[in-house]
Design a binder for this molecule. Structure first.
Ligand code: ATP
Ligand code: MG
Length: 331
């Protein structure tokens, strides 16, 4: 059975893009993989987080993942900082990664914007911590959204350079599992920007704990154009906002874009957004309800994470110890 590793930052409430790009895939992959799912709090603090909020968001995210169908009897769910192997391997990888490689990373450019000098060194070396997350478990498959593809290519570059520099065949090659549909859900306010849980505007995203009224309001306000829905997908080219809403509909209703357009062609966005609201509410209301129930017992959630961390540690510790030996650390 292949091992999966994937993470999500407790930097906010998970949004629809996290669900379609990652979480929904995680749930399905549990059937035939050994899965390690991680709330990557060390990644979250690459951008300042209020400590109390970070703690709360970590528990809320655990609840959301359980509500979405992550099965912690069979698989591992924990928070990254609880397993020191991540930080230890990340340091080794910082010394393997080349500055030129990091300079090409588009996530850093997007997040730092023009004010590069004022961002943390952690944000810059984020991809080498991500490589450590995955390779501390020698995971071979990583389900992520399209925005993480470049970081996974870098993970393979780091693994190869480590193996080459130390003359070993130690770290395996990893494969990105990117969903065929809705791999990059876009912001509701700007069809050229990806939806993010850390975007300052909550109007830009649907959060997995939003109730039906909030979802309806956010979709009503979502940016669109004045045209009607076309009959063919080609008619969505150069209409990023329209394309995004149709893509979300198709992914959540398990239809193709062609099928959605066949049903709604010629419609304006007023009626289409109403139909879309029903589809979104149907998909996420059960998760939101179950999350509310699970949040009533924070001790249970903390225990789930603690036990997950112990199981994660048992896998990662021997792998990272071996990597430390390979580089020549005296044991
Ligand atoms: P942040 O804004 O703090 O970076 P985020 O919304 O980008 O938050 P992450 O925790 O960075 O979420 O990513 C978790 C997973 O969700 C990753 O696999 C990522 O590829 C996926 N993902 C994030 N945003 C989208 C999106 N808009 N569409 C599809 N997948 C996404
Ligand atoms: Mg992100």
């Amino acid at each position: 059975m292949q091992r999966i590793f994937s993470g999500i930052q407790p930097s906010g409430i998970p949004q629809l893009g996290n669900y379609l790009g990652a979480i929904r895939n995680w749930v399905n992959l549990q059937a035939d993989h050994e899965c390690v799912f991680c709330l990557v709090d060390m990644h979250a603090i690459t951008v300042w987080q209020d400590p109390e909020k970070l703690r709360n968001q970590t528990l809320t995210q655990a609840a959301i993942l359980l509500a979405a169908g992550i099965d912690t009897d069979k698989h591992i769910l924990f928070n990254q900082s609880a397993v020191s192997a991540h930080a230890r391997l990340a340091w080794i990888f910082n010394c393997v990664t080349r500055l030129g490689w990091l300079n090409r990373m588009t996530q850093f450019k997007d997040k730092a914007g023009k004010d590069r000098e004022n961002h943390s060194a952690g944000l810059y070396v984020y991809p080498s911590l991500m490589a450590a997350d995955i390779l501390a478990y020698k995971a071979t498959r990583v389900p992520v959204g399209e925005d993480q593809k470049q970081h996974l290519e870098l993970t393979n570059d780091i693994a190869q350079k480590f193996n080459h520099d130390y003359g070993v065949e130690f770290f395996p090659e990893v494969e990105a599992l990117i969903p065929p549909a809705a791999a990059r859900v876009m912001s509701l306010r700007d069809g050229t920007k990806k939806m993010s849980k850390s975007d300052p505007s909550a109007q830009s995203r649907i959060e997995l704990t939003d109730d039906a009224d909030t979802i309806a309001l956010k979709l009503r306000r979502a940016k669109t154009d004045a045209d009607v829905l076309p009959a063919e997908p080609a008619g969505l080219a150069d209409r990023p906002e329209a394309k995004n809403l149709v893509t979300i509909y198709a992914a959540l209703a398990d239809l193709s874009v062609e099928e959605v357009l066949a049903r709604h062609q010629g419609e304006g966005f007023g009626p289409f957004k109403k139909a879309l609201t029903d589809v979104v509410v149907n998909a996420i209301a059960p998760i939101a309800q179950e999350t509310t129930r699970l949040m009533q017992d924070e001790t249970h959630l903390a225990n789930v994470l603690r036990s997950g961390a112990q199981r994660a540690q048992a896998i990662a510790e021997p792998i990272v110890s071996e990597a430390e030996k390979i580089v020549g650390f005296l044991k």
